[in-house]
Design a protein around this ligand. Structure first.
Ligand SMILES: Nc1ncnc2c1ncn2[C@@H]1O[C@H](COP(=O)(O)OP(=O)(O)OP(=O)(O)O)[C@@H](O)[C@H]1O
Ligand SMILES: CC(C)(CO)[C@@H](O)C(=O)[O-]
Ligand code: BAL
Length: 318
């Protein structure tokens, strides 16, 4: 039986742990998560375990990537359950930071307490994240990593603070954990591409692995947010997978135009009762919209079912 992972809550202790193992020649693979782990996460952890001597998983719901109007407070959590699952997989350390944005007296605000300030805007006039909203005037943490073009479209349209928050927290986690390899899921396709670009552009010495989407047996992409769907919404949400599969078939067999493919997905999801945020077909690496599928593309969707916003995608390789 595998031994229990070391649970580390302090960022300095995390860096010390990593450095002590790295100084003995061990390689580290890292899987960042927001917890409430499901088989999708566990597949990433399994992939990570095969790629390095030691595996570190972080469990942290990052206020810096949620706008005050989003679902930070409703995000599901089950740390004990997560630790059991990670112990079964032989994970070596679980990083659950309590001081990620704490820079000491006078230099930071400690961890976020008050999170919600609807419609908060920063001094730049741009919407702020729950991190700045909690600090009141945004004077705590003020350094942000932005992957300027890749963050604009798709989820970036309706979540304007999301990707700078993700890029920033992942950069912080990389600086603390100092992994050799990090594994991200392709379910969050734009996020994965953004992290790859950030690592390239900023010369992080971390190899990024993109891991395939893990689905429920009926096709719904696994997501921590699925637990917030009612049984009826869960049924309706299946229209995402069904419509993407039909669109992929139509792209490959019938050479439909991208406009036709997008209309098909919009129609099927809307008929099922979903509210479309976006449906877009983009190049796999640049995420630039395409008119015709004559090169590797990916069809991406975000849609609401009740109060739950789900994302999914399917790569199309002509
Ligand atoms: N079904 C899945 N297949 C593959 N990777 C996944 C899947 N679900 C999540 N991941 C990956 O796990 C990592 C952590 O994601 P996260 O903790 O946000 O889980 P999540 O299920 O995506 O939650 P939610 O979608 O509700 O935010 C990310 O790299 C994400 O892409
Ligand atoms: C990468 C991540 C852990 C950063 O908070 C998060 O966006 C996620 O779980 O996908
Ligand atoms: N998996 C993406 C994290 C988020 O939606 O905030």
């Amino acid at each position: 039986m595998a031994s229990e992972p070391e649970v580390i809550r302090d960022k300095t202790a995390m860096r010390r742990w990593s450095r002590s193992h790295r100084s003995k020649g061990k390689t580290l693979a890292f899987v960042p998560t927001m917890g409430f782990l499901h088989e999708g996460h566990l597949a990433l952890v399994g992939a990570a375990g095969a790629l390095a001597d030691l595996t570190v998983v972080s469990v942290y719901v990052n206020p810096g990537q949620f706008a005050p109007s989003e679902d930070l407070d409703a995000y599901p959590a089950d740390l004990l359950g997560d630790l059991h699952k990670l112990a079964d997989l032989g994970v070596h350390a679980v990083f659950c930071p309590t001081n990620l944005y704490d820079y000491g007296e006078g230099g930071g605000r400690g961890e976020v307490q008050a999170r919600r300030t609807e419609g908060a805007v920063g001094s730049s006039g741009l919407p702020v994240s729950c991190l700045e909203a909690a600090a009141g005037d945004g004077s705590g943490h003020e350094t942000w990593v932005r992957v300027e073009k890749l963050e604009r479209g798709l989820c970036g349209m309706s979540r304007p603070v999301f990707f700078r928050g993700v890029a920033t927290v992942v950069a912080k986690l990389f600086n603390i954990v100092e992994p050799d390899i990090a594994v991200f899921g392709k379910k969050d396709y734009q996020q994965w591409r953004i992290i790859c670009r950030m690592v390239r552009d900023l010369d992080f010495a971390v190899k990024i692995i993109g891991s395939e989407i893990v689905r429920e047996s009926d096709g719904l992409a696994m997501s921590s947010r699925n637990v917030r769907l009612s049984p009826e919404e869960r049924e309706k949400a299946l229209s995402i997978y069904k419509s993407l599969s039909k669109a992929k078939y139509a792209a490959l067999q019938e050479q439909s135009t991208c406009q036709e493919l997008k209309s098909l997905v919009v129609q099927l999801v809307t008929e099922a009762g979903g509210i479309i945020d976006y449906v877009e077909i983009v190049e796999q690496e640049s995420l630039i919209p395409v008119e015709e599928i004559n090169r590797p593309a990916v069809i991406c969707i975000a849609a609401w079912f009740g109060t739950v916003r789900l994302i999914d995608n399917m790569e199309i390789n002509p």
